[in-house]
Design a protein around this ligand. Structure first.
Ligand SMILES: *[C@@H]1O[C@H](CO)[C@@H](O)[C@H](O)[C@H]1NC(C)=O
Ligand SMILES: *[C@@H]1O[C@H](CO)[C@@H](O)[C@H](O)[C@H]1NC(C)=O
Ligand SMILES: *[C@@H]1O[C@H](CO)[C@@H](O)[C@H](O)[C@H]1NC(C)=O
Ligand SMILES: *[C@@H]1O[C@H](CO)[C@@H](O)[C@H](O)[C@H]1NC(C)=O
Ligand SMILES: *[C@@H]1O[C@H](CO)[C@@H](O)[C@H](O)[C@H]1NC(C)=O
Ligand SMILES: *[C@@H]1O[C@H](CO)[C@@H](O)[C@H](O)[C@H]1NC(C)=O
Ligand SMILES: *[C@@H]1O[C@H](CO)[C@@H](O)[C@H](O)[C@H]1NC(C)=O
Ligand SMILES: *[C@@H]1O[C@H](CO)[C@@H](O)[C@H](O)[C@H]1NC(C)=O
Length: 500
């Protein structure tokens, strides 16, 4: 046994020499890549180095001299490295010792969730074939090197959750192949570069939780492939550009907790694929656009904490997929449109509460509204008179059935959550956290009697006339609930399968 091992060890250099002489270019390329990785490894903190025992040229195992068999390393058929994938591994080191110019064929770098620190070197631009770069969830700091803009094959660029600062280089707008761009949860400041308008293949743009200020560039209206646009928790100001109404594939539009002002453009009503529209905690004014009536797939509409005024448009009664609707802390007045009775999927309706009372009208017993079971909060707002009349007629029945109703409600399992301001609503890869205002428990809840349902159904026909054709079938439909897939899992880009 010992003799055999010795023999292999002895033969190893011979084997390498043979490789070099038979195909000098490939072998030397492979050796350079291996050495570059070893140098990088040597710069890691000690305890991290020991986690990569396979990264070792002097291994006694036959066939392990090539880096292609090392942990997290993938090569093409010529033996050159095309992918480095070491995620959630606790690597503690920097990118300064990473010799970017030694990896001419590298296409994928996935170092998500390690402990990398220091800056991103501008030499990263020498990875000219790079398609995929994920350095998110590390401790990188300093500025994003503008040279990243030279990596024109990049389709995925995730730098989320680091401590990067400075402004976003406008050169990023040169990355015309980009499909996903995540810079969230850093300390980036300055403006959103208008050059982003050139990223026409972009489906995901996450800039949330930074210090970004200024206007939302109207050029973003060119990003017609966008599905997920999240700018929440920044200092964006000015108007919401009406050009966003061109982004017809948008499913998630999160602009909450900024300083946006002015009216909500009625063009937002064109975004018929929207599932979640979160404009809460801004300074938006004017009316809630009746054009929202076309947003049939919308499950969540948060407009709370703005300066919106006027009546609640009855057209919102067309948003049949709604489960969460929060219009509180605005200057809305008037009653709840009776059309809301059609919102059969509604679980949470918040129309008031907090600092700002709904102006004008007094409390009116705040009861009821939703057919099909749901929790409703109605405080400080007047009931539709017609509904009140029918409800009065039904009072006796309500009392009779009340006990049973309360028993049913008690069985409903409604998620509780922390205070609103602390919710991380729907950001990033997570689905939206379920929220529920604390005053919920004080609200009266109940089922809508059938005659009100009929009344509402007849009124519904007057709403959003152009859309009323498919009303019947739409109302019956129960929207299927889809969990949003993790961006980090979704990394199947290009056709280059590793050949390791
Ligand atoms: C790593 O360990 C060696 C001895 O094993 C020690 O000399 C060196 O200082 C350590 N380096 C770090 C960065 O901890
Ligand atoms: C890296 O590996 C992880 C799991 O090991 C996988 O989820 C991810 O998709 C891989 N990344 C790339 C770019 O292949
Ligand atoms: C970024 O942070 C570093 C410290 O990590 C600081 O020296 C530098 O001034 C900051 N740059 C900007 C633009 O804030
Ligand atoms: C954008 O996507 C389309 C369709 O996938 C593709 O044909 C085109 O090459 C992409 N554009 C760039 C600049 O990568
Ligand atoms: C972010 O930048 C601001 C100045 O722009 C600075 O005051 C703050 O300390 C920075 N935060 C972190 C976590 O680096
Ligand atoms: C609305 O959702 C349904 C079901 O998920 C989907 O088939 C349909 O394409 C969506 N409509 C739009 C306009 O995106
Ligand atoms: C909100 O907008 C109004 C004008 O509509 C303006 O007077 C006010 O200063 C703004 N408040 C904030 C906090 O931006
Ligand atoms: C809004 O964003 C700021 C940072 O821009 C943050 O400090 C604050 O906690 C956020 N407010 C809420 C209610 O989430």
């Amino acid at each position: 046994m010992a003799k055999k091992l010795n023999l292999e060890t002895l033969l190893l250099p011979v084997f390498l020499v043979l490789l070099i002489s038979s195909n000098p270019y490939m072998a030397s390329a492979s050796i350079e890549e291996a050495n570059a990785l070893l140098n990088w490894k040597a710069s890691f903190a000690n305890q991290t180095q020991s986690r990569l025992p396979s990264w070792n040229l002097l291994s006694h195992k036959p066939g392990t001299t090539s880096p292609c068999t090392w942990f997290g390393i993938f090569c093409n058929s010529a033996g050159s490295i095309i992918k480095i994938n070491i995620t959630s591994f606790g690597l503690k080191g920097t990118l300064q010792e990473f010799s970017f110019s030694s990896f001419p064929n590298l296409k994928y770098v996935d170092l998500y969730m390690n402990s990398l620190f220091g800056t991103i070197p501008s030499q990263i631009a020498s990875l000219s074939k790079l398609i995929y770069l994920d350095l998110s969830n590390n401790h990188l700091y300093g500025e994003i090197p503008p040279e990243i803009g030279l990596l024109t094959n990049l389709q995925v660029l995730y730098l989320d959750q680091n401590q990067l600062n400075g402004s976003i280089p406008h050169e990023i707008g040169c990355l015309r192949s980009l499909v996903k761009l995540g810079f969230s949860s850093n300390n980036l400041s300055g403006l959103i570069p208008p050059s982003f308008g050139g990223l026409r293949n972009l489906t995901l743009l996450h800039l949330y939780r930074n210090q970004i200020s200024g206007l939302i560039p109207k050029e973003l209206g060119n990003l017609v492939s966008l599905i997920d646009l999240e700018f929440s928790h920044n200092q964006l100001s000015g108007l919401i550009p009406k050009e966003l109404g061109n982004l017809v594939s948008l499913t998630y539009l999160y602009l909450f907790n900024n300083s946006l002002s002015g009216p909500i453009p009625h063009e937002i009503g064109n975004l018929k694929s929207l599932v979640k529209l979160l404009f809460n905690l801004n300074n938006l004014s004017g009316l809630i656009p009746p054009s929202f009536c076309g947003l049939r797939n919308l499950t969540r509409l948060y407009l709370y904490g703005n300066q919106l005024s006027g009546p609640i448009p009855k057209e919102l009664g067309n948003l049949i997929s709604l489960t969460y609707l929060d219009l509180s802390e605005n200057q809305l007045f008037g009653g709840i449109p009776s059309e809301f009775g059609l919102l059969t999927n509604l679980e949470h309706l918040v129309l008031s509460g907090g600092r700002m009372a709904v102006s004008g009208l007094g409390l009116c017993g705040g009861n009821v509204v939703v057919r099909g079971g749901g929790v409703v909060v109605v405080l400080g707002i007047q009931q539709d008179e017609e509904i009140q009349k029918v409800q009065k007629d039904n009072k006796a029945r309500f009392v009779r059935e009340g006990k049973e109703r309360r028993r049913l409600w008690a069985q409903r399992n409604i998620p509780r959550s922390s205070k609103r301001g602390e919710n991380k609503e729907g950001e990033g890869i997570q689905d939206v956290a379920e929220t529920e205002p604390e005053k919920e428990s004080t609200a009266n809840v109940g089922m809508l009697p059938s005659d009100i349902v009929e009344l509402l159904a007849s009124r519904e026909k007057q709403v959003c006339l152009s859309d009323s054709e498919d009303e019947k079938t739409e109302v019956k439909r129960n929207p299927t609930k889809k969990k949003k897939k993790s961006s980090y899992q979704d990394s199947n880009f290009g056709t280059d399968e590793p050949m390791s």
